[in-house]
Design a protein around this ligand. Structure first.
Ligand SMILES: Cc1cc2nc3c(=O)[nH]c(=O)nc-3n(C[C@H](O)[C@H](O)[C@H](O)COP(=O)(O)OP(=O)(O)OC[C@H]3O[C@@H](n4cnc5c(N)ncnc54)[C@H](O)[C@@H]3O)c2cc1C
Ligand code: SF4
Ligand code: SF4
Length: 403
């Protein structure tokens, strides 16, 4: 089952998570993370407690029991990394723990466009592997899924989808809900993403339609794969970012505050994985999900190296200087390949890289909202975001503090 996606009802700041398309669209008012997020209340609802700032890394990554570096063995073909996300959902269906999974498949007319689907057969999870860029109304499938009698569900989602799902969880009449979350940052519309692909292709001399895979890796390179099997890694510093329009990333994605998907049962990402995947097992249900993989998954302790302070400070200055546009580094062209070569060796790595990225996102939220939507700051920025920014001297005014 999938949805037809006409234009969504208008909402000011919206990533079309699907709630505005349901039978009760007014629920956006209490379900949306862009209106009035209540992370403390929802963390308590989901994990039994809020993030504990005295525990290492909870301030940055939200409540969790443990973090792991992980790889599925063998890696699933077509997966974004090794396919842990879709394999967990496959196992839930195989074992009969759920009736259906809500996830994103590629649109048949555009492989980069996400298309929400309800999957009821384990074998059909394979179509969902891989990352698409853009928004699609995943949660509009909740009502049709329940109407078909699927009351034990798993949902794979990005943070703004998972926030709305958790905010409404108690009203959905589900018997069971498993949430497999991925981190998310720097998303944009699929149309805009195609502009980016075209610029990259113009730089490398390839056809944009031949690019089948793209990922911003933790070693400061973008990896591209092509239909003919070729691969390429381009240092971030050599990307054609200066040619993108200043509003390439919508205000939603420049100011959302939950990079690591803190309301999921398990977060499956790569940022803290130093070339492998990075898991945050957040609660008992997350443990259950990981256990489903048995010895198909190899796990190790995550590593951490380098120091993030300088990198984050530099990023903050770039964002401030860009005055609402893209944070480009001021650097002569001849220096870019050298710094691009050095960054994976001396920059923050592993968990330190993940901490740096979370802090960078927190800084972006504050800077962009202060410039463009200051009246939203007191409702959209939770106190933990301000705590993350203390080492950088970014402090709230009384008007900006949460009410
Ligand atoms: C826009 C975006 C930005 C991301 N940014 C980061 C990041 O900065 N750091 C990080 O660690 N991880 C990020 N991720 C997650 C990362 O790309 C991988 O998806 C994740 O590590 C899981 O890999 P996997 O091999 O286990 O996934 P797979 O098994 O290949 O499954 C991928 C899953 O992603 C879902 N999906 C694909 N595209 C979308 C979409 N557009 N919207 C919602 N769901 C989608 C599908 O339902 C599928 O189940 C991002 C994901 C997206 C969609
Ligand atoms: S809840 Fe979802 S659909 Fe509603 S405004 Fe927020 S992102 Fe848009
Ligand atoms: S960057 Fe934030 S707002 Fe944008 S799609 Fe990802 S989670 Fe949603």
């Amino acid at each position: 089952m999938n949805v037809t996606t006409g234009p969504a009802p208008y909402r000011d700041m919206c990533t079309d998570c699907g709630i505005s398309r349901t039978a009760a669209p007014k629920r956006c008012g209490h379900a949306c993370q862009f209106i009035h997020p209540r992370y403390d209340a929802l963390e308590t609802q989901v994990h039994g407690r809020t993030r504990d700032a005295s525990k290492t890394d909870e301030l940055h990554f939200g409540p969790h029991r443990r973090m792991l570096r992980a790889a599925l063995q063998p890696a699933a073909s077509g997966a974004q990394w090794t396919g842990i996300t879709t394999r967990i959902a496959e196992r839930l269906l195989e074992t009969g723990a759920v009736d259906a999974v809500l996830a994103m498949a590629p649109d048949p007319n555009d492989r980069w466009r996400p298309m929400p689907v309800v999957v009821t057969q384990a074998k059909d999870m394979a179509q969902c592997r891989g990352m698409r860029m853009g928004y699609a109304p995943l949660l509009s499938l909740l009502e049709p899924a329940v109407a078909q009698g699927h009351k034990r569900l798993a949902v794979i989602g990005i943070p703004c989808q998972v926030y709305a799902l958790r905010a409404l969880e108690k009203e959905l009449g589900l018997e069971k809900l498993y949430v497999i979350g991925t981190p998310c940052s720097d998303n944009t519309t699929t149309e805009r993403f195609h502009e980016f692909l075209q610029l990259i292709a113009a730089k490398t001399g390839d056809a944009p339609e031949a690019i089948s895979y793209l990922e911003f890796r933790a070693d400061y390179h973008v990896e591209l794969r092509y239909d003919d099997g070729r691969k390429r890694a381009i240092p971030f510093l050599q990307l054609p970012l200066s040619q993108l329009p200043p509003d390439f990333f919508p205000m939603t994605c420049r100011t959302c505050v939950d990079y690591t998907n803190v309301l999921s049962d398990i977060t499956v990402g790569y940022m803290g994985g130093e070339g492998q995947q990075w898991l945050l097992v957040r609660n008992e249900r997350g443990e259950e999900l990981l256990k489903l993989l048995g010895d198909e998954v190899r796990t190790t302790e995550p590593g951490s190296a380098g120091k993030r302070l300088g990198a984050v400070k530099g990023f903050i200055s770039n964002v401030e200087r860009a005055a609402g546009g893209l944070p480009l580094r001021r650097m002569p062209d001849w220096l870019r390949p050298i710094v691009g070569w050095l960054m994976p060796k001396v920059g923050p790595r592993g968990l330190e890289f993940a901490r740096a990225r979370v802090e960078m996102k927190a800084a972006e939220t504050i800077i962009h909202l202060r410039r463009e939507e200051p009246q939203r700051m007191k409702t959209m920025i939770p106190i933990h975001v301000w705590k993350l920014m203390e080492p950088y001297g970014m402090q709230p005014t009384r008007e900006e503090l949460p009410k």
